[in-house]
Design a binder for this molecule. Structure first.
Ligand SMILES: Cc1cc2nc3c(=O)[nH]c(=O)nc-3n(C[C@H](O)[C@H](O)[C@H](O)COP(=O)(O)O)c2cc1C
Length: 360
């Protein structure tokens, strides 16, 4: 983790400070957002090593924990030394959410509990959980209160700026979160009905920040160090959270850190320029290696055999990351078209090496 005490003031004179809530202290307030299907321990540890101030577990079902589902527990597994990390849970029943939070606490793996109130996917919303809770603020408040009572760990909430423009607004949501006792709020500045499309509304983030005493983290549309600085300046938030901008780009955290410290880039390079071909190649190899290791651990601890070997599974999981790692490379179509047939780390890396050679 990087020390935060040497940052230069941003353009508006604002100082970047460590983020504190409860007993959690995040020295560099730029975190990796939760992304189901991407932010497993392999991606999280790579981002932490590149300076991410904190990470979130993948989305974990409170009902799954209640049912004692092996698959749910696997989602909550973390890597060694993976801190600070939130256990990110979703559900609709306040009692089940409180029990899930207690379980998260008892694992001893997590630094705080995060309640998902922003997920717009049908499977979650149709059960009245995730983003649907922004339409039922009393229930959202009850969940936060029950979770708070159940654990000693700090509790945060991740929301949107609303479900849509006709449902309760961003300021009402912010107030309910704070008044129910949450210690921190992270906001994806888009309506749930827009999923991940369109511009994020940072002005609404600024209004939420002004209305709250608890720290607020801004999220949505940060894809470069320049974006991160602009969000801090325009919205006045206490920290920034990055999702898609970190896929195939764990270096983004270090770039932001360097940028805020006023470090100069190499001539001809902007702070958001992609990493060198060699760096990208080596990061892909390391990412794949970590996925295989993770799958081996899950394989060993599982009562049900998986039809794929840990390595085959890692290759399948890595398919969604590769297009981001090779972004901007010339002639990448061949690699991307072959991905479905590449079932070993060696086979993938052989193709990656051919592509990297072509781009040198
Ligand atoms: C593939 C994918 C999966 C996501 N999964 C989750 C999730 O499990 N929980 C959550 O709170 N947000 C989830 N999100 C939303 C992100 O955390 C983030 O709020 C959103 O992508 C906006 O940030 P960005 O503009 O930096 O991508 C997901 C986003 C994507 C693209």
């Amino acid at each position: 983790m990087f020390p935060a005490d040497q940052f230069q003031p941003l353009e508006n004179g604002m100082n970047v400070k460590p983020l504190k809530f409860g007993n959690v202290e995040i020295a560099f307030p730029v975190m990796l957002a939760p992304m189901a299907g991407y932010t497993d321990a392999a991606m999280r540890t790579l981002c932490l090593e590149q300076g991410a101030g904190a990470v979130y577990s993948e989305l974990t079902s409170a009902e799954g924990i209640r049912r004692d589902s092996e698959k749910t527990f696997q989602v909550l597994e973390t890597g060694q030394g993976e801190h600070p990390i939130a256990g990110h849970i979703f559900g609709r029943d306040p009692q089940a959410m409180a029990e899930a939070a207690k379980y998260v606490e008892q694992t001893g793996l997590f630094d705080w509990v995060d309640i998902n109130c922003g997920c717009p996917v049908k499977k979650v919303v149709s059960r009245g959980a995730g983003a649907a809770l922004m339409k039922e603020l009393p229930l959202m408040g009850e969940i936060v209160e029950k979770v708070k009572q159940a654990v000693l760990l700090p509790v945060s909430v991740k929301t949107r700026i609303g479900f849509n423009s006709q449902t309760p607004g961003h300021l009402e949501i912010a107030k309910v979160v704070e008044e129910s006792g949450a210690d921190m709020l992270a906001v994806h500045a888009r309506y749930a009905k827009n999923f991940h499309g369109g511009d994020a509304d940072w002005e609404k983030l600024a209004e939420m920040k002004r209305a709250l005493k608890i720290p607020i983290i801004g999220n949505g549309g940060v894809n470069s160090p320049e974006d991160a600085g602009r969000m801090m300046e325009q919205a006045g938030v206490d920290g920034v959270m990055i999702a898609r901008g970190a896929i195939g780009n764990p270096w983004i955290f270090k770039r932001i850190y360097d940028n805020w410290r006023g470090a100069r880039c190499a001539p001809g390079q902007t702070a958001s320029a992609p990493s060198s071909l060699q760096e990208r190649r080596d990061m892909m190899a390391e990412h794949l290696r970590r996925l295989v290791k993770l799958n081996e651990l899950k394989h060993r601890g599982s009562s049900r055999p998986n039809k794929y070997t840990p390595e085959e599974l890692a290759c399948i999981q890595f398919r969604t990351h590769i297009p981001y790692y090779v972004k901007g490379m010339f002639d990448k179509k061949r690699l991307l078209m072959q991905l479905a047939h590449l079932n070993s780390v060696d086979a993938i890396m052989e193709e990656v090496d051919i592509l990297v050679e072509k781009n040198r």
